[in-house]
Every structure is written in C-alpha cells, then in structure tokens.
Design a protein around this ligand. Structure first.
Ligand code: NDP
Length: 285
C-alpha cells in the first residue's frame, strides 16, 4: 500500500482563495488589515520564514511591517517596539519570530504582545483560552494541521492520536486541539521509553521533534495518518522532515510531505488570524 499524499500547498491555495472577499469587506470599512513581524538577529531559517510571511501578506492584500533588529538588541528596546505596535491602530497582528537570542527572555516578550494582537497565539491568555477550548488565535502550525485533517476527511473522534514532541508552540497545543476533537491523545517526548510502542498504536501520528527521519516505516500502524511537522535543513541544503518519508509512505494511509505539507498551512493560518484580528478590531471600534 502507498499512502495518499496530503497536499498542504493545494489546500492552502484553496483557503487563500477566500481571503480576497474578507479583506475587501474590511477595506470597505476603511481599514486595511496590518501585520508587524519582528525578527531579532540573523538566523537564516528565521529570515526565510519571515520573508514568506511578508510575501503572504502582500498576496492577501494585507499591510505588513517587517522590523529587523540586530542580534545584540537589548530586551528593553524590543519591548519598547512591541509597545509601539500594540498602540498602533494600523497594526492588528504582532508577531515576534522565534527563537530569540539567548539574552532575551522569550516569555517576557510574548507576554508583552497585546492578547488581541497576538496572532501567533503564544500569549499566556491565549494559551489559557486554548486549554478551555475557546481561543481567539489558535497557534498556527497545530491549527494548520487540524485544517489538513478536516479537509482530508480524516476521522479524529475516538481515534488514538500520538503527538511526538511537547514544545509550547507545536506539541502541546497540537495535543490539546486533538483532545478537543475527542481523540484519545498520547504525548511522547525525548524521555519516552520504547517510543515505537506508542507510534505503532497511533491512528493519527503527529511528529514535531526536529530530528530528521527519526520515525521509520516499522514504527507505523498500517493505514495510519502521519503528519510530519519537522522542517530540517540538511547539509546538502535540502529540507527534510522528522519522518522517513520513503519507508513510512509504504505503510501509512495518509502522509504529509516536507516541504509542501504542514509548512504552507502555518503561514495560511497566520494570515487567517490576522484577518480575524482586523475584523474583531472593527467590531470593537
Ligand atoms: P523543540 O525543540 O522546541 O521541541 C522538540 C520536542 O521533540 C521536545 O519536546 C523533545 O522532547 C521532543 N523530542 C526530541 N527528540 C525526541 C525523540 N528522540 N523522541 C521523542 N521526542 C523527542 O521543537 P519545536 O516543537 O519548536 O519544532 C519541532 C520541529 O517542527 C522542528 O523541526 C521545527 O523546525 C518544526 N517546525 C515546523 C513548523 C512548520 O511550520 N511546519 C513550525 C514550527 C516548528 P523533550 O521535551 O523531552 O526535550
């Protein structure tokens, strides 16, 4: 059996087609949705991600501000920039690209973003709302993954979903979203003993570890849905996921490729959150 490929690029395009109408409706009210993206330092992967986000804003007809600060920027300066953007009515979404340089406390920075402009969904208030199943801004990568499952018609309720990885930005919110859809959820980490025991029981396996190719075909239940969130740049410059695509696709029922799976969905959900932030600002004002 060869798995069906979940084409994140095509599903993203389908969702992006609906942006125009919403953005035009917002513009008709005299408002242009605005997103500010702050990057601190020169991390090449982060620069590519930020470039893609700014490009997607242009595609959606959204105003964007790309603020690039040097790696030695003091935390106080970054916090002051965020305060300015919080107060700026032309900006509806504020995003700080992670990771930040070591001398900056990421938690302080994420808490400084106004919750109603927190389009990444990382502010503790929005994280708390996610726990109760009531968030305004679901974190983009897990919500993009949920959208892929929905669009492919993959049943979640009553299924065993195994999430490998427990980061605050991917693994934990992913597990919560699957739980809200009534999956039975297992979270595995680097400390899990006998990982394959869990992955082999997964109807839906979501992998977000940053360890290239760590999930192999012998770790998969036949017919399972495998979502590969990992994005790893290999020495030859190619991108690869956390799942060994060639062996896993022979066992799984559905699989996301890297690139072209979850990646495009992350940016799509970011723009959706920004459009939504602008719509909410109009209602508030
Ligand atoms: P983190 O490094 O923050 O977290 C990795 C997680 O994987 C940790 O919880 C860690 O466990 C776990 N882990 C590491 N090794 C193993 C192992 N051998 N077995 C089981 N669990 C393991 O990474 P992120 O969550 O930020 O990112 C994960 C991947 O997803 C990366 O490749 C990243 O580039 C990619 N990514 C992709 C996005 C997209 O748009 N597609 C967006 C964001 C991230 P422990 O907690 O015990 O250390």
């Amino acid at each position: 059996m060869t798995a069906r490929i979940i084409d994140g690029k095509a599903i993203s395009q389908e969702l992006r087609a609906a942006w125009k109408v919403r953005v035009n409706e917002i513009k008709a009210r005299g408002v242009t949705p605005g997103l500010a993206v702050i990057i601190v330092g020169e991390d090449p992967a982060s620069r590519v991600y930020v470039g893609n986000k700014v490009k997607a804003c242009a595609e959606a007809g959204i105003y964007s501000e790309h603020i690039a600060l040097p790696a030695d920027t003091p935390e106080s300066v970054l916090l002051a920039r965020i305060a300015d953007l919080n107060a700026n009515p032309a900006i509806h979404g504020v995003l700080v690209q992670l990771p930040l340089p070591r001398h900056i406390d990421s938690n302080q920075v994420l808490e400084a973003i106004r919750p109603d402009k927190d389009v990444d969904g990382f502010h503790p208030m929005n994280v708390g709302a996610l726990v109760t199943g009531n968030t305004a801004f679901p974190p983009c990568t897990p919500s993009g993954t949920m959208k892929l499952l929905e669009k492919m018609g993959i049943e979640i309720e009553g299924r065993h979903a195994v999430v490998v990885g427990r980061s605050n930005i991917v693994g934990k919110p992913m597990a919560l979203m699957l739980l809200h859809k009534n999956a039975t959820v297992t979270i595995c980490t680097s400390r899990t003993v006998n990982l394959a025991k869990y992955t082999r029981d997964a109807d839906i396996l979501v992998v977000a570890t940053g360890k290239p190719g760590m999930i192999t075909g012998d770790m998969i239940k036949p017919g399972a849905t495998v979502i590969d969130i990992g994005i790893n740049r290999m020495p030859d410059g190619k991108l690869t996921g956390d799942v060994e695509f060639e062996s896993v696709k022979e066992v799984a029922g559905y699989i996301t490729p890297v690139p072209g799976g979850v990646g495009p969905m992350t940016i799509t959900m970011l723009i959706e959150n920004t459009i939504q932030a602008a719509e909410r600002a109009i209602i508030r004002n």
